[in-house]
Design a protein around this ligand. Sequence first.
Ligand code: SAH
Length: 234
Amino acid sequence: MSFSADVVTLFPELFPGPLGASVIGRGLSEGLWSLRTTQIRDFATDRHRTVDDTPAGGGAGMVLRADILARAIDAVSPPDDPRPRLLMSPRGTPLEQKRVRALAAGPGAVIVCGRFEGVDQRVIEARGLEEVSIGDYVLAGGEVAAMVLLEAVVRLIPGVLGASASEIEESFEDGLLEYPHYTRPALFEDREIPSVLVSGDHGRIARWRRAEAEALTRARRPDLLIDRSSPKAG
Ligand code: SAH
């Protein structure tokens, strides 16, 4: 069983885009995950294939219609679909690695991409859409946000990354930012590789990396350390 992604969008031609490259794209062509896009406009009923209308109560911009969006969602996701239905939205729960890991362990996701001012609130409620944000800034549409989410999820699907501890030992997986990396050449513009890393002493190397990760996290993201020590932290 592979991870099945359905993206509901006004711009299906943007996909797979970056998701077709490198290990994520290889995983796609090898069937480790699947991607289907659905054009919301195909579910409009008028001659001009209109999908949006002016906001009730007035104000700027346009709103995606509930009835048309609901038909598009229903075409790909039956009521008993086990996959979560997500709506990319700046109002949503901020996406974190914990949620990414949970999604990667599941059967897939239905991802709705907003445009304009957003979508009619009633379709969010009627189709149980879970709003997910990729950060505290506003994009022009949900497509790039959906790609961010999918790229983070798909790289955790078994077989997509070469293998190994590279998934576990990186930023956020243990609640810390990652330690700094070095590789050849040994000398770069008068800068050496920290001597501990070329000592061959694996115990010392592990302790040094841990200390660097903790110092970096304390300096840049003290909020992550607070999250770690709180009892509800996963
Ligand atoms: N008027 C809305 C913003 C709409 S932006 C508001 O102020 O909340 C248009 C679409 O882009 C949204 O419907 C959403 O799908 C997507 N989008 C914008 N910013 C996003 C973010 N930070 N995370 C996820 N999706 C986002």
